[in-house]
Design a protein around this ligand. Structure first.
Ligand code: ATP
Ligand code: MG
Ligand code: MG
Ligand code: MG
Length: 466
């Protein structure tokens, strides 16, 4: 089954069952949103859940583009390393706004997975909230699921979008990809921890959490489901990893051949997957009107682009390669987003400009670093100070990992302890700044992007470019 076929099969199934097909919202949420980017299919319906806007239809189905790179649900560290996380993802969703509730929602999910996709029920497991005896009963009695396949969890089965907003207990469906994939936590390979893949989250939207942390009832109980499109495509095709589906294989094949590199083959694959993910994210962000900058969303975009370029260098790619991947991203996603093609030239131009700028940064940083290495060798210290490494990182935007690598090639160390100390100080400054900023705006998912407002340092401080 191709990605295009799965997207359509999902839409068709829910339209057949009385749902209105509504378009994906932008990656940039409504200005009242509490998240920096759209992180779930439900996000465009928050005002509907809260009773502040009329329901667009009693039942709806969407394929929502999402970005999970900032805030509590960020997956930046997981990308390419698990087979089930991207920063960019498409979330399949069916929604009921005061129409059907738990029983139908559970039956729709089960019927789609086992009836339409013909997944083997013996490979499916579900979770239910500790308090939710009703969902437990529905799975057992209406679906006929063996209770041994149902487990009860507390926080993991209570979905919240953020510290405030619509929330409620949920029931999740997992697919068992087989014991052979239960790789241990020490294994850093590309399929780490992939045995039980969470494919579908059925959320029973019932409460609103206010700014004081208290739960109040929503005006109408609602259904909000979020199913990972890439993961579902993988399991529907018997693949362990979403990176093995057509959504990624073409994008990985479109990358240059690996050149001179010190990375082991498994790590090369991880890096190629990271580049594919970041190319998708960057393309869609620019298509949605975000441009690289030093603040907020533009900063995150800049971070993703630079991280992709950095990984390309580690793989021995030619100096400029990223802008050339945009066409492959558009080819891969335009069946779902026909409007994307018209944005291609703009995307390519933005990527080209940013790529050239970052390469200049890297060149300038390399020059300075070479001089510092010469000094370290001439003076006999054989080491770059933490302060110098920090200036390279913070002022020149030159990745620390690169400083260490280039220095070590010439037999010079870097004072990692002093560098870390500088980073900690910067993080503390940034946190204070972010707190001050949060007092002024309603964006609440910026803490992990604490110094987004200061420049390039922030996201890297949390997730060093690697
Ligand atoms: P996980 O525990 O695997 O990180 P999650 O519980 O954070 O997933 P939800 O918030 O429940 O995810 O989102 C609904 C669905 O979206 C998930 O069941 C999964 O199928 C999919 N999904 C979530 N995060 C990602 C991601 N980073 N990349 C691809 N699919 C994702
Ligand atoms: Mg997650
Ligand atoms: Mg989960
Ligand atoms: Mg979940």
């Amino acid at each position: 089954m191709t990605s295009q076929e799965l997207r359509q099969a999902f839409i068709d199934y829910f339209v057949r069952n009385g749902h209105a097909y509504l378009p994906s919202a932008s990656l940039i949420p409504d200005e009242m949103s509490t998240t920096l980017f759209t992180i779930a299919g439900m996000e465009q319906f928050v005002p509907v859940f809260l009773g502040d806007a009329p329901a667009p239809a009693p039942r709806a189905v969407t394929v929502q583009r999402c970005l999970r790179v900032a805030g509590a649900k960020s997956d930046i560290e997981n990308v390419g390393r698990t087979g089930r996380h991207g920063t960019f993802l498409e979330m399949l969703g069916n929604f009921s706004f005061g129409d059907y509730y738990k029983s139908e929602a559970i039956r729709f999910a089960w019927e789609f997975l086992t009836g339409v996709l013909t997944l083997d029920p013996a490979k499916l497991y579900v979770t239910v909230h500790t308090s939710d005896d009703e969902a437990q009963r529905l799975w057992e009695n209406e679906v006929g699921l063996d209770p041994a396949r149902i487990s009860r969890w507390d926080e993991d089965n209570f979905w919240t979008m953020g510290p405030t907003g619509p929330c409620g207990p949920c029931s999740e469906i997992f697919y068992d990809t087989g014991a052979g994939n239960a790789l241990g936590p020490d294994d850093d390979g590309p399929n780490k921890g992939n045995r039980f893949v969470e494919i579908w989250n059925v959320v029973f939207q019932q409460y609103n959490r206010g700014a004081d942390g208290k739960l109040s009832d929503l005006p109408r109980k609602a259904i909000d489901t979020g199913a990972g499109f890439e993961r579902m495509l993988a399991v529907a095709n018997g693949k362990v990893s979403m990176y093995e589906t057509d959504l990624f294989t073409d994008l990985i094949a479109a990358q240059p051949a690996v050149g001179a590199t010190s990375l082991a083959p498994a790590e090369q694959l991880v890096r190629r997957r990271i580049i594919a993910d970041h190319a998708r994210a960057a393309t869609f962000l620019i298509a949605d009107g975000v441009y690289p900058s030093n603040t907020e969303r533009g900063f995150v975009l800049r971070f993703l682009i630079r991280r992709a370029i950095r990984n390309g260098r580690l793989l021995g790619y030619p100096r400029e390669f990223l802008a050339d991947l945009a066409a492959a991203v558009v080819a891969s996603l335009e069946s779902g987003y026909p409007e994307l093609r018209a944005r291609l030239v703009d995307v390519q131009n933005a990527l080209r400009t940013e790529e050239a700028g970052f390469l200049r940064t890297l060149d300038r940083g390399s020059e300075l670093l070479e001089r510092e290495i010469d000094d370290a060798l001439a003076s006999g210290t054989q080491a770059i100070s933490g302060a110098d490494a920090f200036v390279l990182h913070d002022t020149y935007g030159f990745p620390y990992e690169l400083t260490r690598e280039i220095a070590s090639e010439r037999g010079v160390a870097v004072d990692a302890v002093a560098f870390e100390q500088k980073m900690t100080e910067q993080r503390e400054r940034a946190r204070a700044d972010a707190a001050a900023k949060r007092a002024m705006v309603t964006v609440t998912d910026v803490p992990t992007l604490s110094s987004a407002f200061e420049g390039y340092g922030g996201l890297e401080a949390e997730g060093e470019i690697r």
